[in-house]
Design a protein around this ligand. Structure first.
Ligand code: HEC
Ligand code: HEC
Length: 320
């Protein structure tokens, strides 16, 4: 590694460690995180139990394993992971943070109907989707120990939450459409000023030794075209509430939409539902203003140069 980039990495890691520890302290002492993202009238978000309250029995073992899989997915569930992301990269603070699709709010919301696959999904099925698309991997079979452990962790985080209630802070916030159509060039400026420090000017994140310190936003090691985050609206909501890390709520809505357009205006792994051609795949699964798949953005027909879905053996973590 060149000295310059080593220093940049050290600075960026310092920034992130600072904001992470700040946020974790806050998450465990006060209640709602990211207050800027919550509407003024919103009730206080539910508080999951602290990790120190995990039981020391067989159930506790399963909960701990679920937490490990969630935070170090490639290491603990290598067979099902096809990129260098972790569940926690998009469900921040181990799936605890409100407005970052927290696990406690998700757990009590299933079974639920999903238009994405046209039937009522159990909680395990919902997680299969994130493995297949967000993790660009393979869905673990229902009942697989990875899904059982993750479900145990989510169940435990939801301790004390009412079943089948809509908890404030669930999912990512829905942002109102911006005054001006989301714009790639404006988004590129936001990216250079507010994101590149951590995610790299090339969007590939940063690695230190064997660890992915900052996750890639596009390219072969990021989420694939079928993922929720590949939707400009979902990405804008996540970014507005949670990015730059620790400074959620500081971008204007317009900036969040523009930078989401920019991030999702780059090539990434193929949609695993690929229907024979980019055109047909767009028609069937991406026929929306919120998807750049099958559109020409910045001179590139997106989807046409995608690496295959499912991850390559080169990028996959070593088998254990
Ligand atoms: C690239 C980002 C990303 C990664 C990585 C990711 N997810 Fe998600 N996840 C999402 C998005 C986007 C949603 C939809 C959020 C919404 O609808 O507001 C979601 C939704 C969910 C939900 C349902 C939330 C709800 O309230 O209905 C669960 C459960 C979930 N993810 C689990 C996981 C697990 C387990 C992993 C790791 C195996 C994972 N996710 C990895 C982006 C991601
Ligand atoms: C201070 C460092 C930092 C800055 C600045 C930052 N991020 Fe992040 N970002 C992170 C980290 C770290 C994660 C993973 C969170 C975790 O694992 O707790 C992340 C996660 C993400 C994710 C989901 C994971 C993925 O790889 O797709 C997206 C999307 C994202 N950031 C977009 C942005 C955008 C857009 C900006 C600029 C507006 C930005 N980030 C600024 C550190 C940063």
């Amino acid at each position: 590694m060149k000295t310059g980039s080593a220093i940049a990495l050290a600075v960026a890691v310092g920034v992130a460690t600072g904001v992470l520890s700040h946020r974790f302290t806050r998450a465990h002492t006060a209640s709602p995180a990211t207050p800027a993202a919550a509407p003024a009238h919103a009730p206080a978000a539910f508080s999951p139990p602290p990790d120190s309250a995990m039981p020391n029995d067989e159930f506790g073992k399963m909960v701990r394993l679920g937490r490990q899989i969630f935070r170090h997915t490639g290491q603990y569930a290598p067979r099902y992971t096809g990129n260098s992301l972790t569940c926690e990269n998009c469900h921040i603070d181990g799936g605890r943070l409100a407005h970052s699709a927290p696990l406690w709010a998700a757990y009590v919301s299933y079974p639920a109907y999903r238009s994405k696959n046209g039937h009522v999904n159990t909680f395990q099925e919902r997680m299969q989707g994130c493995f297949r698309f967000s993790m660009n991997g393979k869905a673990p079979p229902l009942g697989d120990s990875a899904l059982v452990a993750l479900e145990s962790y989510a169940y435990w985080l939801a301790t004390g939450a009412g079943v089948n209630t809509k908890l404030d802070g669930r999912g990512y916030p829905a942002l109102p459409r911006p005054a001006q159509a989301p714009d790639y060039a404006r988004g590129g400026q936001v990216f250079a000023q507010r994101c590149a420090l951590c995610h790299g000017t090339d969007g590939q994140g940063q690695r230190a030794a064997d660890a992915q310190v900052f996750p890639p936003l596009w390219g072969p090691n990021s989420y694939n075209w079928g993922a929720g985050m590949a939707g400009i609206d979902k990405a804008a909501g996540f970014i507005k509430a949670n990015m730059p890390l620790g400074l959620g709520g500081t971008l204007s809505d317009q900036e969040a939409w523009d930078v989401a357009m920019f991030v999702d205006g780059h090539e990434r792994p193929q949609d695993p539902r690929f229907a024979g051609s980019v055109e047909q795949t767009r028609q069937r699964y991406h026929d929306s203003a919120n998807s750049n798949y099958g559109k020409t953005v910045n001179g590139v027909l997106l989807g046409a140069h995608a690496v295959p879905a499912g991850g390559s053996t080169r990028n996959a973590p070593p088998p254990r």
